[in-house]
Design a protein around this ligand. Structure first.
Ligand SMILES: C[C@@](CO)(OP(=O)(O)O)[C@H](O)COP(=O)(O)OP(=O)(O)OC[C@H]1O[C@@H](n2ccc(N)nc2=O)[C@H](O)[C@@H]1O
Ligand SMILES: Nc1ncnc2c1ncn2[C@@H]1O[C@H](COP(=O)(O)OP(=O)(O)O)[C@@H](O)[C@H]1O
Length: 308
């Protein structure tokens, strides 16, 4: 029997996040263009006397270790469906910023699901794994598949997208996180305050930008920079006004585009190449407007079994 399985799962940035009106179920319809990037969590699962979660990494102290952890929820969901023993030790080696708008919790949910499937020899189909992912959270299916994808519905209905090159990114990690529901609620509040209303009757259906999809397909960073957008950015900046200074620092340093990553507060800077990435990263560090700076690229592969 396999003693343990380790799975690696990437973070994401949303190159477009178009947010529709508030639905009766409390979610928003999205046109969510995900790009997986090369920052990873590693999830290792092994049989144990009880279901247990541990976590290491710079942000480990902020990660819940009880059954609310998405990795634990994933293991329990798969065990229940397939009649397996959920007593496993899940270890998360966390490199993705916590509560940063980079889908770290979702990555751990998708990773634990794939790892438990391999450990238990469940043989669940891709469709079943994606269905469990969608039950765990709107972003979890994308963490499983990686690459680039358009997420419709609340973000869980995925269509894979072609990407014609490598995009280089710098991420500025903020001090502390932002709650995703709080950022969506602030988006609704800002819409109400501006007089448009925030319901599904008030806001047009979100649509993916044709220019953005073209830029991804052709691998054209300048065209992608011209097309990126995030409807949650104003809400994130409203809740964390200091993000404006971080965005300005990256823009002044020559980034092609500066944006909030998803619900934030991590900010994302698209750059032409690795040399520019180093330059923008140095300027962001010197600006004193963020806690840490990470340089990486995308697209990155989705959840992958490394060992076991
Ligand atoms: C904003 C995004 C962009 O990719 O991610 P982050 O940037 O936070 O990582 C996602 O929409 C977050 O997805 P995820 O973190 O999986 O959210 P869920 O657990 O499904 O939902 C948490 C809460 O966010 C709000 N929510 C989420 C998705 C959605 N389409 N509409 C919403 O209004 C709801 O208040 C919901 O109760
Ligand atoms: N495995 C996990 N890693 C990180 N956060 C988790 C995990 N499981 C549950 N959470 C909870 O999810 C919240 C959002 O975390 P995360 O997914 O990192 O951010 P975001 O939704 O901004 O991408 C955290 O504040 C934490 O309470």
């Amino acid at each position: 029997m396999t003693a343990s399985v380790t799975v690696r799962v990437p973070a994401k940035v949303n190159v477009q996040l178009a947010v529709g009106g508030l639905r009766p179920d409390g979610f928003h319809d999205l046109a969510n263009v995900f790009l997986a990037v090369g920052l990873y969590d590693e999830i290792t699962v092994a049989p144990a006397d009880e279901l247990r979660v541990t976590c290491t990494g710079p942000d480990a102290g902020q990660v819940p270790l009880d059954r609310t952890n998405l990795a634990a929820r994933a293991a329990l969901a798969l065990a229940e469906r397939h009649g397996r023993d959920s007593r496993v030790h899940l270890h998360i080696d966390k490199d993705i910023p916590v509560a940063g708008g980079m889908a770290g919790g979702s990555a751990d949910g998708a990773g634990a699901l794939l790892a438990c499937d391999a450990l238990w020899g469940t043989g669940a189909s891709r469709e079943e794994l994606l269905e469990i992912c969608a039950e765990l959270g709107s972003d979890v299916p994308f963490s499983l598949v990686g690459g680039a994808a358009l997420g419709r519905g609340r973000g869980e209905l995925l269509t894979a997208l072609e990407v014609g090159g490598t995009f280089h990114w710098v991420f500025a990690v903020a001090d502390g996180g932002l709650s995703t529901p709080a950022v969506y609620a602030e988006c609704d509040r800002l819409r109400e305050a501006s007089g448009t209303g925030a319901g599904i009757a008030d806001i047009p259906d979100p649509e993916a930008s044709a220019a953005l999809l073209d830029a991804l397909r052709t691998g054209d960073a300048a065209a992608l920079a011209a097309a990126v957008s995030n409807d949650l950015q104003a809400a994130a900046v409203s809740l964390r006004p200091s993000l404006s200074a971080t965005l300005a620092a990256g823009t002044e340093a020559g980034a092609l585009a500066a944006m909030v990553s998803g619900s934030g507060p991590t900010t994302a800077f698209l750059v032409t190449d690795e040399t520019e990435a180093t330059k923008v990263a140095d300027a962001l560090r010197a600006s004193g407007t963020c806690r840490a700076v990470r340089v990486t690229s995308g697209p990155a592969a989705g959840a992958t079994v490394l060992r076991g």
